[in-house]
Design a protein around this ligand. Sequence first.
Ligand SMILES: [Zn+2]
Length: 566
Amino acid sequence: MKNYTISFILLIALFISAINVYSQFPDELIARKEIFVEFNLNSATDTKAQLEKLNKVISISDFDIEDLRVEAYVSINKYDEFNELGYNYKLLTPPSMLLSRADLDKDESKGVNEWDYYPNWQQYNDMMQQFADGYPTICELISIGQSAEGRDILFLHIGDSIDTETNEPEFMYTSSIHGDELTGYVLTLRLADYLLSNYGNDERVTNLVDNVDIWINPMANPDGTFAGGNNSVYGATRFNSNGVDMNRNYPDPEDGPHPDGNAYQQATTLFMNFASERDFVMSANFHGGAEVINYPWDTWSKLSADDDWWYFVSREYADTVHQYAPAYYMRDLDNGVTNGYQWYSISGGRQDYMNYYQHCREVTAEISSTKLPSASQLPDFWNWNYRSLLNYMEQVLYGVRGLVTNASNGNTIKAKVFANSHDFDESYVYSTASNGNYQRLLKSGLYSLTFSALGYYDKTVPMVAAIDYGTTILNVQLEPITSIVDAKKVFARVYPNPASQYVKLDFAHDGEHTVQLIDIQGKVISEFLTSETQLQIPLDNVSPGKYLISIKAFSGDSFVVNLVVN
Ligand SMILES: [Zn+2]
């Protein structure tokens, strides 16, 4: 692939002579802070282990299960570490430099926007502003903050009531966290235009705008996308300007905070704060380099509690595409869909973060095998995908939904909505604090749902029917706890009591708890701050006697229980 192929012998020679190999690359590549490589795994026996080890050093962008071919990006920061692993790699031309600028940029001689170019930085900003200016009653432009290099991270907020808090489910489309995967950049821009210009005329569009709180972020990594300058996406990088893959930079359900060993990047923090402020029910993150809908989890082999629902909505996306696209398009893995881990595992991805930590349903949509296809192909990608973009968004209106309110005064409540014998790995959802609305997306079937909130008696609704493409409305009133005795009972379970080696606490509700072990003189023996649902306090060094355990919840509620240590 073009002129960057460096022979294996030369690389070995450089390695042996202990020269900084990276500095031997063309200046053009060094300035980019990342290289793009391909190589084969050493053997078929320990594929997963090899990939897991590689994941800590490089950013794998594709893996061919049959010939064990890995395609990956190596950051300048990690190059030496990668080189020491000894893979016989081939340097590839960066995907954003395979075509000429003329194949990517707007032809200024053409006056009309035919959606057949990648807007440059200014064109993108202008277009986003024009959407908001052109449709002020249903669209606003929001910056959630600036990237490391000072570029705004922009969202279009589209809906029939953008100024007021409603009980509509919140939905997000975001693209190009990998700065050089840009098909979704133009498709999400075009989707915004499609929604805005067809509102009031097209029934499907009107239904979506009227009933969904829609958020669209066409460009999540502008510093990467415009690494080659603001005038063109030519030269875009996968990583941000610090050489960090931001789709490996999120807290991970298995590996916890900083799974990539990097600080949270500015854009990562902005996204996490934004997601925490909003109540996203569903989202999709667009990528390129493959053609497959990749659903949770990426980090571990365990299936999602909603694996059947995930397969259903992913299948719907790909199958709809198949009806309108040429036979070759979106056929990777299981005919265009895959469980993330079954393809290849990653840590720190945004999809798993959104699902696990934000209780949202986010999918990774890989929509073009070429990361940066010729701009003239963009209208085709739109025609193949736009019905699926609408389908997927419509799914947010289905499942079981309703309001959770206080039975005595009607105020809305933030409550946990837990599907019994179904939910695990944080798959439950919450009603929103602002309006009490919850939305539990489920594959058709009968479910038992328990609603719980601090200060209220739990309520279980044993038979709730969820229907594919149907909406079940279930409003729930929770009775506030008025008696102190009951309040203690539902607050936390403390056991065993009397205790000897340890004492355990099961908290009835989520959130942060401060727990203190206090002796009879009032002296604090030990103190714990936890946001887990269970805490084990060791008592090995605690002398026998009477103690108090004080529990303070995030809400400010607290209570004290007597503990006997034998
Ligand atoms: Zn990607």
